[in-house]
Ligand binder design. Structure first.
Ligand code: SF4
Ligand code: SF4
Length: 368
C-alpha cells in the first residue's frame, strides 16, 4: 500500500501514543526560547499550534498564526543534527589504576527516537550526514546507534520562510525520501502517505482510509504554491567551477568585513559535521575523558596544523566554508553540502546571506 490516506487532526495524538507504546521517545517541534527545536512531546498540544515564524536575514520571531494550524512554523534553529551527531559526546574514559591505566570506550545508550514534523530539507540533510557518518570508510558507532531505529513523520511545507531556497537545491518543499510517513496539512486534516513498510503498518494501526482525489489535489496545490512563492533562490549552474575560479574574488574580503566569525552559521547548519576531540582531565589526575565536540571552520584553531594556521583571516574562513559547502563537498561526497534550509541566513547576526554572496560572485565574474 502506498496510496494517500486521509488523517483527521485528532489522529495525531493517537500516532504519538502508538509510537510511545512501541518504545519510541517521541520528538516534535516545540516552541522554546523564542524559536522551535525538536524536543520530547507527549501530545499534539506540545506542538506550536496556531503559531507561525517571521524570518529574514539576521532575524527570527514567533508570531500568532492560524487557529488550529499545527505545523505553521517552518524551521527554527534546531534541526535533526544534534539528535544524531551530538554537540558534545564522551568517547573514552581513561582511569589510573594501581598499575598503569585502563581505557573504557563509552557506549551511547538511548531509546529509539520518532520525529514528527520533519521538513524535506532536514531529511535531505540527514541523508548527507548518513553519507558522512555511516557510508564512508569509517562508520561512527555513536551516530549509527541513534540512527538505526529512528522513525520519521515528515511534513510537506505548504508555506516557506523568506530565507528558504530548497527549490534551488532540489530538496523540497515536498518530502520525497527518508520518511516513514509524510503528512500534508490541510485546514481540516492531513493527507498522509507512507514511505516505508513501517509507515504502511502505522497507517493500518491508525485505521486511516484512502484520501479522496480532492484532498490529494488540494495538498498538491498547496505544495506547488509554496514552491512557486519561495523568496530566495540560488543559481547552482556550474557553481563548483565558479567558486574555484573565483578564489581571489574581492567579494570574499567584502563579506569578511561584515562576518564576525562567530560560527553561528555552522552550528545551525543541518549538514556541517566538523568536530574536535579534547581530553578533559580531572583535577586529581586519576581520570581523563576524551570528548568529541562540534567545531567550526570559522574557529581560528580549526585550521591550526603543525604550527601554522592555514586560514588566519576571516575571508579565508568564509571562503573555505562557502566553497566547501557548494563545491568541494560535491567532489568529496557526491552532493552539495547545502539543502537550502536558510538557517545560516536567519541566524547570522550580521545578516549574511549565502545566496546573495553566490549571486555577487557570479555577477562580478561576468557569469550572472
Ligand atoms: S557568516 Fe554570519 S553566522 Fe557565519 S561566522 Fe560570519 S557572522 Fe557568524
Ligand atoms: S549552508 Fe545554510 S542554507 Fe545551506 S543547509 Fe547549511 S544552514 Fe541550510
Amino acid at each position: 500500500m502506498n496510496e494517500a490516506t486521509r488523517m483527521p487532526k485528532a489522529a495525531l495524538d493517537n500516532l504519538i501514543a502508538i509510537l510511545g507504546r512501541e518504545g519510541y521517545r517521541v520528538m516534535g517541534p516545540v516552541a522554546r526560547d523564542g524559536t522551535v527545536a525538536f524536543d520530547e512531546i507527549r501530545s499534539a498540544a506540545d506542538l506550536p499550534v496556531g503559531i507561525r515564524d517571521a524570518q529574514e536575514a539576521g532575524r527570527y520571531r514567533l508570531a500568532p498564526g492560524i487557529d488550529g494550524e499545527i505545523f505553521g512554523v517552518v524551521n527554527g534553529a534546531g534541526s535533526l543534527k544534534p539528535h544524531f551527531f551530538a554537540p558534545a559526546e564522551p568517547l573514552l574514559e581513561i582511569r589510573r589504576e594501581r598499575r598503569g591505566f585502563k581505557a573504557n570506550e563509552i557506549a551511547s545508550a538511548a531509546p529509539p527516537h520518532a520525529f514528527i514534523g520533519v521538513r524535506a530539507c532536514d531529511l535531505a540533510a540527514l541523508a548527507i550526514q548518513d553519507r558522512i557518518f555511516l557510508h564512508d570508510r569509517f562508520r561512527d558507532a555513536h551516530y549509527e546507534l541513534r540512527r538505526k531505529d529512528a522513525f520519521f513523520v515528515a511534513v510537506d511545507c505548504t508555506r516557506s520562510a523568506p530565507t528558504c531556497f530548497c527549490v534551488s537545491m532540489k530538496t523540497g518543499p515536498r518530502a520525497t525520501a527518508g520518511f516513514d510517513l509524510a503528512l500534508t496539512e490541510l485546514p481540516g486534516g492531513f493527507v498522509a502517505r507512507p514511505g516505508s513498510p513501517a509507515g504502511e503498518a502505522m497507517i493500518v494501526k491508525l485505521g486511516l482510509s484512502a484520501a479522496g482525489g480532492a484532498d490529494e489535489a488540494a495538498a498538491r496545490a498547496l505544495i506547488d504554491e509554496c514552491a512557486r512563492g519561495m523568496g530566495r533562490r540560488m543559481d547552482t549552474a556550474d557553481l563548483p567551477r565558479l567558486l574555484y575560479d573565483e578564489a581571489e574574488n574581492p567579494r570574499w574580503r567584502e563579506v569578511a568585513a561584515r562576518c564576525l566569525s562567530c560560527a553561528n552559521c555552522t552550528m545551525v547548519c543541518p549538514t556541517c559535521f566538523c568536530h574536535t576531540v579534547i581530553d578533559q582531565t580531572e583535577i586529581d589526575g586519576n581520570m581523563s575523558r576524551r570528548v568529541r565536540k562540534w567545531d567550526s571552520c570559522f574557529s581560528l584553531e580549526h585550521a591550526h596544523i603543525h604550527g601554522i594556521n592555514l586560514r588566519p583571516k576571516i575571508h579565508d574562513r568564509y571562503r573555505q566554508w562557502l566553497t566547501h559547502k557548494l563545491a568541494s563537498w560535491i567532489d568529496q561526497f557526491g552532493s552539495s553540502g547545502c539543502v537550502g534550509c536558510g538557517r545560516c541566513i536567519t541566524w547570522c547576526p550580521a545578516g549574511i546571506d549565502l545566496t546573495e554572496e553566490v549571486a555577487a560572485i557570479r555577477a562580478s565574474a561576468g557569469k550572472g
